[in-house]
Design a binder for this molecule. Structure first.
Ligand SMILES: [Cu+2]
Length: 485
């Protein structure tokens, strides 16, 4: 069964249309004569997370999440993007093989959508699968901007042939609000498998941190949040997901956080992971818990075989308690939603992989390091010793069309980095020493002091941005450009 946008809205999937809180749009610029296939308005809006928790933020079309866009694989679309705000914007098509002028990254050369102006873009949507669109401006310390705002929305590119081994689809967008700067957080760091660390990376990272603390430096700023939501509603404050026993529900889960790693469990049920970042995996196996780095997506089928009223929520009690969850309610069942903490479970990408990645033509080694609190109290991040500079647009890695590159990603810090490549996907070939193949992604979590390898085929010429998707890391140096030569 497929849903169009109206069906999706009426099902309450994106129910944050904030009953009656529609603000008139600012004066419109005259768009080109032919009507576009889709129109998106970047504008301020109110998000009713709960009746007494209404936040004002920048949104797509005045709602959070923004409208689910469903495009057809390979079919050309035109989209008018209006910017009703006072500052230029970038709208990034995350996971699409877009041309540079469409992709939505100023560093690559995409033009800004001017303040109180508009841009019409056109592209053929590919590849098929679960993508999303979000703001790609650089907020630095301004936590009202970019991915800290409500500018995020799911995008589904329908394949030419949809296997459809499920009864219905539910999109879930995980997102925090009310960000504040803090010194240090309590995010889980020990859930990745294999847990193998590289001792050389650990020694250099620990030595750098010790030296910084010895000089009297505090820990660099992190971001914490006051409010947590799924589909723009705090746990228990929106419509439940209503299911029937025997149904197979395909969940498309997006972590739209600016900075956080999220987990998700549904007591008494298992997730059969069929796609990661929208791409079908070689081994669709069942897991009790999903873990998603910033900007990662997981598509998983759940057999509804455990009737009751359940909390589907984050494993972190504090975050779930502040809203990170949604109620799943079986037909004919009532009462208080039940939560049960799952048994300890480690997230291992290779579980979903297959054998035998082809050999690469060339290896590009990248080592990521943290300079504690080095930039006005914020951590500075470097790639091979160099923090990204908007003036020089460096560091740069040269690549040639048609070649297969193995990126050896080495983390000399204790933070987990959800690293992202624009306009391409990459294949996981080695995770913390463990070989795998066939898993195509555009974001992958790199564990503290770990090393992973991913292969990229250079098949989409143009400047290509590589960065950590943790907004603070990206804004303070963790970024590079690949240039085709
Ligand atoms: Cu990072």
């Amino acid at each position: 069964m497929s849903l169009d946008r109206r069906d999706f809205l009426s099902l309450g999937g994106a129910a944050a249309v904030s009953g009656g809180l529609i603000i008139p749009a600012a004066a419109q610029q005259s768009p080109p004569q032919e009507a576009a296939d889709h129109t998106i308005r970047i504008r301020s809006g109110l998000v009713e997370l709960a009746p007494d928790r209404i936040v004002s933020t920048t949104t797509y079309d005045g709602q959070f999440p923004g409208p689910l866009l469903r495009l057809k694989e390979g079919r050309r679309v035109t989209i008018d993007i209006h910017n009703d705000t006072d500052t230029p914007e970038q709208l990034h098509w995350h996971g699409l093989f877009s041309p540079v002028d469409v992709d939505g990254a100023a560093e690559e050369g995409t033009p800004f959508i001017p303040a109180h102006g508009m841009r019409r873009i056109a592209f053929a949507a590919k590849p098929a699968g679960f993508r999303f669109y979000h703001s790609h401006v650089v907020p630095m310390g301004d936590l009202s901007k970019g991915s800290y705002s409500g500018q995020a929305a799911p995008l589904y590119v329908e394949p030419r042939n949809e296997p459809g081994a499920y009864d219905r689809e539910v999109f879930l967008v995980l997102k925090e609000f009310e960000p504040t700067l803090s010194r240090g957080g309590d995010m889980a760091q020990d859930f990745l498998a294999p847990a193998t660390k590289v001792s050389a990376l650990e020694e250099s990272g620990e030595a750098a941190m010790k030296a910084s603390i010895a000089k009297g430096m505090p820990h660099g700023y992190e971001v914490g949040y006051g409010l947590f939501s799924i589909n723009g509603r705090m746990l228990g404050k929106g419509e439940p997901i209503r299911v029937r026993a025997g149904e197979r529900v395909l969940f498309h889960v997006l972590n739209a956080s600016a900075t956080e790693i999220r987990s998700l469990a549904l007591p008494g049920h298992a997730f059969r992971v069929v796609a990661l970042d929208g791409n079908a995996v070689p081994s669709p196996v069942e897991v009790p818990v999903l873990w998603l780095g910033t900007a990662e997506r997981i598509s998983a089928i759940v057999d509804m075989n455990h009737p009751g009223v359940w909390v589907m929520g984050d494993l972190a009690d504090d975050d779930r308690g502040h809203g990170m969850g949604i109620v799943v309610e079986y037909a004919g069942r009532g009462g208080k939603p039940q939560w049960a903490k799952p048994k300890p479970f480690r997230w291992d990408y290779t579980r979903f992989g297959g054998p035998g990645a082809p050999a690469a033509d060339e290896v590009i080694e990248m080592t990521f390091a943290k300079s504690n609190a080095a930039r006005g109290g914020f951590n500075e991040w470097t790639i091979n010793g160099q923090a990204f500079s908007m003036e020089t647009m460096e560091p740069v890695f040269a690549i040639r069309e048609g070649r297969r590159y193995r990126l050896r990603l080495r983390n000399a810090s204790d933070d987990i980095h959800p690293v992202h490549l624009h306009r391409h996907s990459f294949e996981l070939v080695r995770i913390a020493g463990k070989p795998t193949a066939g898993i195509m992604k555009d974001v992958v979590m790199l564990g503290g002091y770990q090393e992973i390898e991913v292969d990229v085929v250079a098949d989409n010429p143009g400047a290509t941005l590589f960065h950590c998707h943790q907004q603070l890391h990206m804004d303070f140096g963790f970024m590079a450009l690949f240039r085709y030569v």
